[in-house]
Design a protein around this ligand. Structure first.
Ligand code: AMP
Ligand code: ZN
Length: 112
């Protein structure tokens, strides 16, 4: 996939510090954070959005969701909590067409 900023980061073409770099997904800091802790959990395979998620991606999607608890531990948010957001499509506010989970914490995040 060309012209995908997250694929460029995954390929290493756009140098970016990785919080976590696993076999199937990685975690980076959002370039324009809206919370004190704003991370992006990104699958290494280009999946456009939740709309394109296949049955065979369900384990990966679950592993990415479970990893939020590891991040909460790493950032001392387990007691305070955090929010996971998956923007999907135009009305969902998705700008980058490569599936990603926003991990938001460090303040009360009231938007649903
Ligand atoms: P979304 O609206 O869900 O598509 O969010 C895309 C997110 O990606 C936004 O919060 C951007 O700030 C973030 N973003 C875009 N480019 C980069 C980049 N090169 N590195 C880190 N985060 C990025
Ligand atoms: Zn991509």
């Amino acid at each position: 996939m060309t012209d995908c900023i997250f694929c460029e980061i995954i390929k290493g073409a756009t140098p970016t510090d990785k919080i976590y770099d696993g076999d199937n997904f990685l975690v980076i800091e959002d370039i324009a954070p809206v919370a004190p802790i704003h991370l992006l959990i990104i699958p290494k395979r280009h999946i456009e959005s939740l709309l394109q998620l296949q049955e065979s991606d369900i384990v990966l999607a679950g592993q990415m969701m479970k990893y939020t608890a590891t991040l909460a531990d790493k950032y001392n948010l387990s007691n305070k909590g955090y929010k996971v957001v998956i923007n999907t499509g135009k009305d969902g506010g998705q700008i980058v067409p490569h599936l990603h989970y926003h991990f938001l914490g460090g303040k009360k995040i009231s938007d649903k």
